[in-house]
Ligand binder design. Sequence first.
Ligand code: MN
Length: 282
Amino acid sequence: MQIRKIKKVIQAKPVIEGAGVRLKRVFGHPEVPEFDPFLLMDDFHSDTPEDYMAGFPMHPHRGIETITYLLQGSVAHRDSMGNEGRIEAGDIQWMTAGSGIIHEEMPEESKPGLWGFQLWANLPATHKMMPPRYQNIKAAEVPEFVPKAGVSIKVICGELADVRGPVQEIVTDPEYLDIRIGVEKVFEHRVKAGHTVFAYVIEGEAAFAEEASQYTPETLVLFDAGDVIRVRTGENPVRFLLISGKPIGEPVAWRGPIVMNTQAELDAALKAYQNGTFIEQV
Ligand code: MN
């Protein structure tokens, strides 16, 4: 059993997105293809409504899946498939844009503020134009798995022992875990060979692999090849997201919210959006 070493450490950086939302980008366009099958991850975390109230008004997506996991606050959502709802603390929205979706994501003013993550997972060429799909999972539907004393894992996507996350049938076979580890613990977690695996620290601190450095919130650790992720806490507990997926290994043509394989497909998407034929009529 080979413990995966740390390949890269990234600190999330402030950016302005949507209609003027101040958030932190963990990784994105410059990192392609290092996180394959993942394209982008944002951390929106603010107690100041001015940072997030502008939201993300109507915009298109094609060729990807967006996974939104909220820890605090709420986000109102509606889309071109007729879905309408609210993502609240602990909820997950797993949206497969496929051939095309137009939606808006509007944070609502709340105390103590807004905190959540949006991850973009790429789709392979065979699935880029699949029918759009939308899974809204409430916090209470997310099972918790306790592998040993002092470790608890919310299983959003994936299967641990006989605990199966509510998000299923995703092409890139992802695992999405929200893990809490108490003080002075060592935790090892088996991951699939060949999968891209990263941890994103959200509270406390921990050391990864066999290194001594402690990593703190808003830090991402990307792992090298191997079988097992190793995490060690000292005098503080930690909470982190552990995310993995099977690399697609195809060319990436990316413009804004649309990610295809070729420039011609991007041009076609843009033209369809301008023509009003972007959304396939049912
Ligand atoms: Mn969106």
